[in-house]
Design a protein around this ligand. Structure first.
Ligand SMILES: *Cc1c(COP(=O)(O)O)cnc(C)c1O
Length: 374
C-alpha cells in the first residue's frame, strides 16, 4: 500500500457485535415488550447508515432519533432499502415542521401542550389521525409534559382526538445506578401519570433501565449505549460486547534524558532515561485533551501510558517498559480495543462512553466488520 494511502488511524465498527448486543437485550425482555434502538447523533457516532440496517436485520422495527433532520435522513435510507420501521423524534414537531414530519412518516414525541395542539391541528389539516408519542416528565426536568400539563391532558381527552398515541414515554435520570431511589420514584410517577392518559403502550427504559428489571420494561424499550458496547451501569461489569476498536501506529520513536519535557506546556518530564513513541492521533480525532497524562494505549497487549498533552494531531506514549520489538516506527498501537476498553478510555478522560463515541472525528478511517452478507 502506498504510504499516502495509510490512514493515521482506523476506527473499526463491528456490526455483528451490535446485533449480538441487540439480541442480548432482547433476551431480557418478555413476550409483550418490543426492543427499539436509539440511533440519534448518527448512531452515537458510529454511522446510522450502516448501524440502523444491521439492527433492522436483527429484527428491530422501532428507531429513535433526537431531531427531525436525523429522522428524515433515516427515513430516506429506509425507503431506499425497503426497510419498514417506525422512526420516532424525541424533540417533537416545531410549528413550521409538521408537514415534513408527515411527508416522511415520522412519529414525534409530543413534549408540551403546544406540540400536542400543533400536531392535532396538523392531523385535522391532513384529514387523518397522526401517530405520536406522549412524553411525560417524571423527574428529569428537561423534556416532556410537566405534571400540570399531564393533568390538563387527562381532563381534555379531546386534545388527542386526532392523534394515535403509539406510546406514553418517560426517561430515567439515574438508571446507571440500580441502588438510586430515584428509579423507583420515577417508576411510581410514570405509572400514576400514565393512568391519567388514554390507554396506550408505555416506554420508560433506556439501556440501564432494561437492566433494572421487568417492572421497568412496559411495552417498548429504548436502548442506545448498550448496543454500542458501552457499559450502562456504573458499578457492574459490562455484559455487552465491545463494538469499536481504534488502531493507529508509531510514527517516531526517540530517547529522552532525565528531566526532558514532553509536549505542549511541558506537563510531563522524564523521571529517568525514557523512550517516547509518537502516534498520529489527537483531539481532532476525538482523543480528548482531558486524556493528557491520564490514558493508556496498548502495544500488542502491553499497556503504555500517554504522557504529556494530547495535541490536535499527535499523542506521545512512554514505551520505556514495553518490549522493544513492539516499539518501532510503523508498529500498531491500540487506542481502544481488546486491552483498552471504551469505558477505560472514557474513565481516563473524566467522561462517559457516550461522549467518546459521539466525538470520534472525521479523520479516523471508518471500516465496518460483519453485517448483512458478511
Ligand atoms: C439517548 C436516549 C435513550 C438511550 O439511552 P442509553 O442510555 O444510551 O441507552 C433513551 N431514551 C431517550 C429519551 C434518550 O434521549
Amino acid at each position: 500500500m502506498p504510504a499516502a494511502a495509510r490512514p493515521s488511524a482506523t476506527l473499526t465498527i463491528d456490526l455483528d457485535a451490535i446485533a449480538a448486543n441487540y439480541r442480548l437485550l432482547r433476551e431480557r425482555l418478555g413476550e409483550g415488550t418490543a426492543c427499539g434502538a436509539v440511533v440519534k447523533a448518527d448512531a452515537y457516532g458510529l454511522g446510522a447508515d450502516r448501524v440502523a440496517p444491521a439492527l433492522a436485520a436483527a429484527g428491530c422495527r422501532d428507531f429513535f432519533v433526537a431531531t427531525a433532520d436525523e429522522a428524515i435522513v433515516l427515513r430516506q435510507l429506509f425507503r431506499r432499502q425497503n426497510i419498514t420501521a417506525a422512526v420516532y423524534v424525541f424533540l417533537g414537531p416545531d410549528p413550521g415542521g409538521t408537514k415534513e414530519l408527515i411527508a416522511y412518516e415520522l412519529t414525534p414525541a409530543l413534549n408540551d401542550r403546544r406540540q400536542i395542539e400543533d400536531w392535532a391541528k396538523a392531523a385535522r389539516a391532513a384529514d387523518r389521525a397522526l401517530d405520536a408519542i406522549i412524553h411525560v416528565d417524571t423527574g428529569m426536568s428537561r423534556l416532556g409534559l410537566q405534571p400540570k400539563e399531564a393533568t390538563w391532558l387527562g381532563a381534555n381527552a379531546k386534545a388527542l382526538e386526532d392523534v394515535n398515541v403509539r406510546a406514553v414515554m418517560s426517561h430515567l435520570a439515574c438508571a446507571d445506578d440500580p441502588d438510586d431511589p430515584t428509579n423507583m420514584e420515577q417508576l411510581a410517577r410514570f405509572i400514576e401519570t400514565r393512568a391519567l392518559l388514554p390507554a396506550a403502550p408505555a416506554s420508560l427504559a433506556n439501556s440501564a433501565g432494561i437492566l433494572l428489571g421487568p417492572e421497568y420494561h412496559f411495552q417498548i424499550v429504548r436502548p442506545g449505549i448498550a448496543l454500542y458496547g458501552g457499559n450502562p451501569l456504573i458499578h457492574d461489569n459490562n455484559i455487552f460486547s465491545q463494538v469499536i476498536s481504534i488502531k493507529s501506529f508509531i510514527a517516531q520513536v526517540r530517547d529522552v534524558d532525565t528531566g526532558q519535557a514532553v509536549g505542549y506546556g511541558a506537563t510531563h518530564r522524564a523521571a529517568g532515561p525514557t523512550r517516547i513513541a509518537t502516534v498520529p492521533v489527537g483531539y481532532a480525532d476525538g482523543y480528548l485533551r482531558s486524556l493528557s497524562n491520564h490514558a493508556a494505549a496498548s502495544l500488542g497487549g502491553v499497556r503504555v501510558p500517554v504522557v504529556g498533552r494530547v495535541s490536535m494531531d499527535l499523542i506521545t506514549l512512554d514505551v520505556t517498559a514495553a518490549p522493544p520489538d513492539l516499539c518501532h516506527p510503523g508498529c500498531t498501537v491500540e487506542l481502544i480495543g481488546d486491552t483498552i476498553t471504551l469505558d477505560d478510555l472514557a474513565a481516563a478522560g473524566g467522561t462517559i462512553s457516550y461522549e467518546i463515541l459521539t466525538r470520534l472525528g472525521p479523520r479516523l478511517r471508518r471500516t465496518y466488520a460483519g453485517g448483512q452478507g458478511a
